[in-house]
Write a protein that binds this ligand. Sequence first.
Ligand code: NOJ
Length: 542
Amino acid sequence: MTTEPTPAPAPWWRTAVTYQVYLRSFADSNGDGIGDVDGLRGRLPYLADLGVDALWITPWYPSPMADGGYDVVDHRDVDPVLGTLAQADALIAEAHARGIRVVLDLVANHTSDRHPWFTAALAAPPGSPARRRYHFRDGRGPGGEAPPNDWTSAFGGPAWTRVEEPDGTHGQWYLHLFAPQQPDLNWDDPAVREGFDDVVRFWLDRGIDGLRVDAAPALVKAPGLPEFDGGPAFAPATWTDSPHWDVDDVHEVFRRWRKIADGYPGDRMFVAEAVVNGPERLARYLRPGELHTAFNFDYLHAPWQARALRETIDSTLGAMAAVDAPATWVLSNHDETRHVTRFGRPTGARREPADLALGTRRARAAALLMLALPGGAYLYQGEELGLPEVEDLPEHLLQDPTWERSGRTVRGRDGCRVPLPWAGSRPPFGFSPDGARPWLPQPRDWASLAVEHQRHTPGSTLLLYRAALTLRRALPDLHGPDLAWADGAPDVLVFDRGSRFRCVVNLSGEPVPLRGHGTPLLTSCQQTRHELPPDTAAWLTR
Ligand code: NOJ
């Protein structure tokens, strides 16, 4: 008699719900108004109770904070404002003890301008090995006063800054696709590749379960840095054949890192931050031997419309299946307007005032839709509380480089980075000890959104997320890769998973009867048993 070998369980990252921690805004343990590693350690019971499988922690490295920590001075340490390496080790161990994996940001496209590699490059002459780690070029025109090419920065303005040479003369220019304080590394230089091999090993040796690859498509530039008429906006989702984005040779870097990660036990993974032109280009990052998963920005940017969502879901599933990678789903992160506010704009236009009651209703439905889809999901801290974007931060407090680089016309991303409300009736809402002032001010009316309040409020968004995550774990139908669409009324999404699970999402303007769909397990709107009002969703068992 032969026995079938038991199939190995799928690696955790194929179905994980990962919670993004924007560390400075999560929880402040020492009263300086800035969230820190020990603040996060203290809240691990909350995250375990919420039911997430993993954390992705935004950069905690020493940084002058020109771009929220994405300007790194030392990739092997923790900024003293945020904690110590010993505290980071303790966090990793304590998260693991609670069954939570830890993913860290890997910022490899650029360093801080105060990184020792860059200060050495500035002190060295043109053409030197120290300058070769970055992209230094002579300017164009007489005296070299024009930038070497026409590339623009993601935060506005030219992607080049001119340096003063050690002898005081105007000198070469260096490339920065982001802020001037974030010079781009030259990934054609073996010293850069080897340096980052060591960084990857450093964190994998410390027990990190995965790395999020920041700005993955930017790493490698086309030889000769040719001109690029990319249009007035930095819009990688629309670009084809850019000389500085999604260049084919970038994939060599990922194959190199994958080999390193495969040498470690325990399903280590990479998740790519890669805004590129469509799911087929994205799937190239996830080919066998490259990265494991990627954020789904097409899904994050999809409007609250049945057809658009269904098309994005189908194109994602198709493209990911072709490379045997799991799909992922995400609604918000630290760079995007929070989705309660986005979905609250009736036509979706950027400057339109948001109807937060509408946005909250849709956001709750969107959570049930996202968590019912096959693959992994990413939650951004505070979405489980239904936090909106803070759109009225005083201008003098704005910190995002976008604000200054746009000539104070684009406020940037601070509104989604406001510190979390944990408890109490007024700021700092338990984020910091009483009396401390959080680094960005919290709205005074956030008391009813605070964790402690929602924990005891039936029907709160926090309890909805917790119930959804509990069910998602408990229902084997939600663990496979399958999804089958079923018939629904116009603008109603209906799909089945496994043999018994059904999800119904009503994006129409009319109530939809639930009769015939099964017995409700969970709904995004409390009163619902027999019909789904507009902008609500239900999980059912058939
Ligand atoms: C993507 C990060 O998410 C964003 O916050 C940062 O500004 C850029 N990469 C540059 O590192």
